[in-house]
Structure formats: C-alpha cells, structure tokens
Design a protein around this ligand. Structure first.
Ligand SMILES: Cc1cc2nc3c(=O)[nH]c(=O)nc-3n(C[C@H](O)[C@H](O)[C@H](O)COP(=O)(O)O)c2cc1C
Length: 259
C-alpha cells in the first residue's frame, strides 16, 4: 500500500487521533478567519496564493455539480480604486436612503492587496429541478433553484475564504453591491458579459490592525438535536427588536464590548 493510500484509509476513521488533530488544525483556520476592512496596502499577493485560494474554491460542492461560479482576480490598482469608489458611493447612497444599516468604510477596498470578484451565471438555475412552463408551480421551483445556485456559489466562496485564512490572510466578504444598475457600473470594469452577474467581492491581505474578537451565538442557540428547539424561535417582532437594538452592537465591535 502506498503512503498516499495508507493516509486515505486512516482519514476514513472518524474521531481517530489523527483526525482529531486535523479537526484542531481546521478549527484553527476557521477561528482565524476574521473580517477585516482595511489592509496593509503595500503587501503584494503572490500569484501562487491566488491560485491556492482559487483551487480551494474550485473544489467546492454545488447543486448538480454545476459549479456555477467564476472568479476574477483583480491585480490592477486603477481597477481596485474604481471598484472601491463604487462601494463608497453605494454606502453614501444607502445612508441617504435612511436604511439605518450601519455601513462600514469601504475605502479599504481600494488598497486591498488581494481582490477577487465573485461571479455567477443565473442561467444555471436550469441545471436544477425546474419546469420552465411558466406555471405558478414553476415559480416555486425557480425560487428554490435560485437558492441552490446561491448556496453553491457561497459554498465555493467560503472555501476560498478559509484557504486565504489558512495562508494567514484576513478576509472581507463584500455583498454591498446594490441594485440592478450596480451590475451596469461594475461589469464593464471587469469585462463581465451581460449574462453573468457579479455577486460579491472577496478582499484579503495582512490586516492594517489586529482583527477584533467576534460575537457569535452560542451553540445551543443555533442548533437543536431532534426537533427545532422552540426556546430559540423568534417571532418577527423579536427579530425586528434585535435589528433595532442589537445589530449595530454585534456588527463591528469586539465581543467584549457587547453586554
Ligand atoms: C453573505 C455575506 C455578506 C456580507 N456582506 C458584507 C458587506 O457587504 N460588507 C461588509 O463590510 N461585510 C460583509 N460581510 C461580512 C460580515 O459583516 C461579517 O462576516 C460579520 O460581521 C461577522 O464577522 P466575521 O466574518 O469576522 O466572523 C458579509 C458576510 C457574508 C457571509
């Protein structure tokens, strides 16, 4: 048996000492993935790191194995500047619309050492169970197909974020893209064809300052064994209350500052 085959056999033993060690290393990567919104502008990401990060994305799971994603690496400073300008402008627009959504500063995007635009092709909903007969039932299948598509891209993107974290980068997942006209503004900058949508941007680099500790819900709050634990059920009023009184406290603050 070759070393590689031997290793494959060992990794198939759940909870083996070797796998517990792997889990620890994996959690180390998971816990080191922290959002940062400003990076060391002088750092240059080697091409090899981009490839390693995108290789992790490539291995992501997807509905029907459709792999409905495309990643555009942006290395050109001028393009980064223009993308950053777009997001700063979008944040200003949201502030004027009084959405009450606490907006971060998007200026850090302009000098982000690593920047990857995440694209998808919504025509791939046809790879999932749909009727395409214009019926109301088909609307429901289409809604689900779109969820499958977005979950697929998110799964692949998350692998990229974890790979970047494993390499020692702080990351930033930006979806503040705005409405349909955003596509018209962003796509020409990246040469994206009409049929393809830019759905988020991944920034990464050495953080300008150490990332703060994030507030995360307890395990008992987010998981149930057996049946949905109704202790954790929230009514719409509860959620609206959370948005009004808690959201701004947990978004951009160290968890020690949340009482
Ligand atoms: C789907 C998704 C969308 C996000 N969109 C934005 C965004 O548009 N702008 C931003 O600054 N952060 C965005 N984030 C980052 C979140 O604010 C961040 O993940 C959250 O505050 C928790 O912090 P953590 O990533 O360090 O665990 C997004 C994250 C995810 C997963």
């Amino acid at each position: 048996m070759s070393d590689r085959e031997q290793k494959d056999v060992e990794t198939l033993v759940p909870g083996s000492p070797e796998n517990l060690e792997r889990y620890k290393q994996f959690m180390d990567v998971v816990l080191s993935r922290r959002t940062t919104r400003s990076f060391d502008p002088d750092f240059v990401v080697p091409r090899e790191h981009y490839e390693m990060i995108l290789e992790a994305a490539r291995q992501g799971p997807s509905g029907a194995n459709a792999q409905p994603w495309h990643y555009i690496v942006v290395e050109d400073d001028d393009t980064k500047e223009k993308l950053g300008d777009y997001f700063v402008a979008e944040a200003t627009k949201r502030a004027k619309l009084k959405m009450k959504f606490p907006t971060p500063n998007y200026a850090g995007m302009k000098t982000s050492p690593g920047l990857i635009a995440v694209c998808t092709d919504f025509r791939y909903v046809n790879a999932f169970p749909v009727l395409n007969d214009g019926s109301e039932l088909d609307d429901l299948y289409h809604q689900n197909a779109q969820r499958i598509l977005l979950q697929s891209v998110a799964a692949s993107t998350m692998s990229a974020h974890l790979a970047a974290a494993a390499l020692g980068y702080a990351v930033w997942w930006v979806t503040a893209i705005g409405q349909e006209d955003a596509q018209n503004d962003l796509k020409p900058l990246l040469g994206v064809p009409d049929d393809i949508a830019v759905i988020d941007i991944m920034c990464f680099g050495p953080p300008a300052k150490p990332p703060y500790d994030r507030w995360k819900k307890d395990l008992g709050e987010i998981a149930s064994f057996g049946k949905y634990n109704m202790d954790n059920y929230q009514s719409l009023d509860d959620i609206e209350e959370w948005v009004r009184t808690q959201r701004h406290r947990v978004m951009y603050k160290d968890k020690s500052q949340i009482d």
